[in-house]
Design a protein. Sequence first.
Length: 231
Amino acid sequence: MSPRTLLASVCLLALPVAVFAQSETGAPPTLQGSIDNGLYVSPTGLFKIPIPVIPALGGTISDSASVVTFRDAFTTSITIAVFPLDQAQVAELQTIGPKDYLVQFFTDVVLKNLITNFRGASAEPNARYIAKAEGGAVLVYTLLPGGSAFNPRIELFPGNDNIPIAKRGNLAFIHDNHVILISSELGERSTERSAYTLTSDQQDQILRSRLLALADSMELLTPPAAPAAAK
């Protein structure tokens, strides 16, 4: 993966407010992926997934060549990013195995960028490895001060609460020499603020269930081979 491609993908993961604002400007954005009978088909050709938002509830889809975000006006904010691995990265993956590679990838690439974009961002300790999920997946929970996708809504109704610390669940797995990362914010925690009283463990269980349901609903595909170069 080129540094430019990697940086673009991670930056889109770290900028939920900008994407949300773009979806409210009027006409829906032009998609690089496609929609087929209620399924979003990735422009990478690596997956398709039932669209998890409803237009009547403010549901929007925005994407780039490697990242798609699904969002509604209430509590749904889901991002799926695809990171291609180069030959050196594939060799490292084969050497250390998917669990260690995915933990390292999340720490060195995704979390590092989130910390740069959100002061005080952190990952909860003890990444979970789920052996049965997509051939092996790593689940990490992150806390992002001021990093909620729902900040525009929160700012309309400020109340007496501080801007909340957003919580995301992040599920990463390998497919066809790509890292696929599904991230979902616990929207209720952000929008309900001090009225939201679930424990950290209860929040983790909700995010885990939602992420695994998304992964289960995703159909992984094998992209067509690139045409051979003319001699």
